[in-house]
Ligand binder design. Structure first.
Ligand SMILES: NC(=O)C1=CN([C@@H]2O[C@H](COP(=O)(O)OP(=O)(O)OC[C@H]3O[C@@H](n4cnc5c(N)ncnc54)[C@H](OP(=O)(O)O)[C@@H]3O)[C@@H](O)[C@H]2O)C=CC1
Ligand SMILES: O=C[C@H](O)[C@@H](O)[C@@H](O)[C@H](O)C(=O)O
Length: 310
């Protein structure tokens, strides 16, 4: 299953499974990249903001040098950080330099906003009152226009977005010359985000599901219906949470720096109609009860248009 792929609107194939690297540090993340590629992963997800692109790049280099994979066989994703959204070309160059690569396969707008490029920090500029230093008049449509200019240069094979709500996409698409190839969003049975998933499917935008376990501490693994489906199949809840995205047609990004978990996370299973119903009913119940759980919502103080957060 680790080798399964989906088609992007660019015509390229994107793997169904990728290694997440947020909060993965130095040699741990380098070794994780090598372990993942050995275990059959063919997609690695990183970001300028994670501060680990150099280590991801070192892991890729080691895998290339050891003959585990060739560059063209790995789908590398990185993201334009918010202090660079008015300077997309600079952001991409910096990421490529960090990664030690000539190109990435996909470059995403990490969050749809601009933080002050001349603020008091490269990644997290703050105002004197401690709030993030955001230039609120800069339009997310302009950010996308800046991204579109990158494609001709060939240093990214595709461009996409992350953390875009349906409302943001509806605002963006009438102005887009290039339809985003991907929207990377938090997605798991406790945050189904069905309105975005359905909208993206209709528009040919592929979903990449982040924080499939609910991020740090993997809280979604203890959700009762997830445990029930896992017991039925004699697998771990993590396997169910990853396999959930196969039938939804999305790419999923589990993060681990533990070699055993990296290997275990590569084994997805097919969930049957009964499993799907149980998980979908659980999600619908949470939505109806206003009890969905969003685990990743940084303190930008911006309304991104998500129904559970506006
Ligand atoms: N675009 C965006 O804004 C965002 C993108 N992402 C991307 O998605 C990736 C995944 O999301 P993330 O938030 O990291 O969290 P995940 O939902 O992937 O959960 C990671 C946690 O689960 C643990 N874990 C991993 N595998 C197992 C296992 N088999 N059994 C038990 N525990 C396990 C990890 O610990 P350990 O490492 O010790 O195994 C870690 O604590 C990120 O790393 C990043 O690449 C994530 C958030 C936001
Ligand atoms: O990709 C992961 C997340 O989006 C992460 O990049 C943000 O949460 C960031 O740490 C922030 O505080 O804004």
């Amino acid at each position: 299953m680790a080798t399964k792929t989906f088609k992007l609107n660019t015509g390229a194939d994107i793997p169904a499974l990728g290694l997440g690297t947020w909060q993965g540090e130095s040699t741990l993340v380098k070794d994780a990249v090598v372990a993942a590629l050995k275990a059959g992963y063919r997609l690695i997800d990183t970001a300028y903001c994670y501060g680990n692109e150099e280590h991801v790049g070192a892991g890729l280099k080691e895998a290339f040098d050891q003959g585990i994979v060739k560059r063209e066989d790995v789908f590398v994703v990185t993201k334009l950080w918010a202090t660079y959204t008015s300077r997309a070309e600079v952001g991409l160059e910096k990421s490529l330099k960090n990664l030690g690569l000539e190109y990435v396969d996909l470059f995403l707008v990490h969050w749809p906003l601009l933080m002050n490029p001349e603020g008091n920090d490269d990644r997290f500029p703050k105002l004197p009152n401690g709030e993030r230093d955001i230039l609120r008049d800069y339009s997310h449509i302009q950010i996308w226009k800046n991204m579109e200019k990158l494609v001709e240069g060939g240093k990214t094979k595709a461009i996409g977005v992350s953390n875009y709500s349906k409302r943001y996409l509806e605002e963006l698409l009438p102005h887009a010359t290039i339809v985003p190839a991907v929207n990377q969003i938090e997605n798991h049975p406790q945050l189904p985000q069905q309105e975005i998933v359905d909208f993206c499917k209709e528009k040919g935008i592929h979903i990449m599901a982040y924080s499939p376990f609910g991020s740090t501490g993997s809280p979604v693994t203890s959700a009762e219906p997830v445990v029930k489906v896992a017991e039925k199949h004699g697998v771990k809840p993590t396997t169910v949470l990853l396999s959930y995205h196969l039938y939804r047609g999305s790419t999923v990004l589990p993060k681990s720096t533990n070699p055993d978990r990296i290997e275990a996370n590569a084994k997805l299973i097919e969930l049957d109609a009964e499993d799907q119903k149980l998980l979908n009913d659980y999600s619908e119940g949470l939505v109806k009860g206003g009890k969905v759980q969003r685990y990743v919502y940084p303190p930008f103080g911006v309304d991104f248009g998500f129904p559970d957060k506006s």
